[in-house]
Design a protein around this ligand. Structure first.
Ligand code: ZN
Length: 134
């Protein structure tokens, strides 16, 4: 599971051959946002391991809910602003801390029991990954 950022090449970073892994992507690599797909991947399709991979330079590090809502309002007007007024954009301010939080959150779920979960940071500067939660 990783961010939708176009600079990330998960297959190259982890040497994953085509067909060997489900790659679930969303803004910020949010475990909560990916949960539906993770459950389908594991329970219906039989995967047994999750790598939570966030990255340096993530856009989710540079704004918060209020700023995102303000941008929507400015760009699209009141009706659009109303549609996102209760939306949590799941931004964060500490990269490695959020990797750990997402790993802990997944490990707290009964449906994830028996699934191996690890946490990683992808360095967009080098294309390399480093493990932050074993
Ligand atoms: Zn990102």
């Amino acid at each position: 599971m990783t961010c939708m950022d176009a600079r990330i090449d998960p297959s190259a970073a982890f040497n994953i051959p085509l067909g060997a892994a489900h790659v679930i992507r969303n803004a910020g690599a949010s475990a909560r946002d990916a949960f539906r797909s993770l459950v389908i991947s594991q329970q219906l399709l039989g995967t047994t391991e999750v790598l939570v991979v966030k990255h340096t330079g993530c856009g989710m590090l540079i704004f918060d809910n209020e700023a995102a809502r303000d941008i929507v309002k400015k760009n699209k007007g009141e009706a659009a602003a109303k549609e996102v007024e209760d939306l949590d954009f799941l931004t964060f301010s500490e990269l490695e801390e959020r990797v750990k939080e997402d790993v802990d959150w997944l490990r707290s779920k009964a449906v994830e029991e028996g699934v191996k979960v690890s946490g990683w940071v992808y360095e967009v500067e080098t294309g390399k990954v480093r493990k932050v939660v074993d």
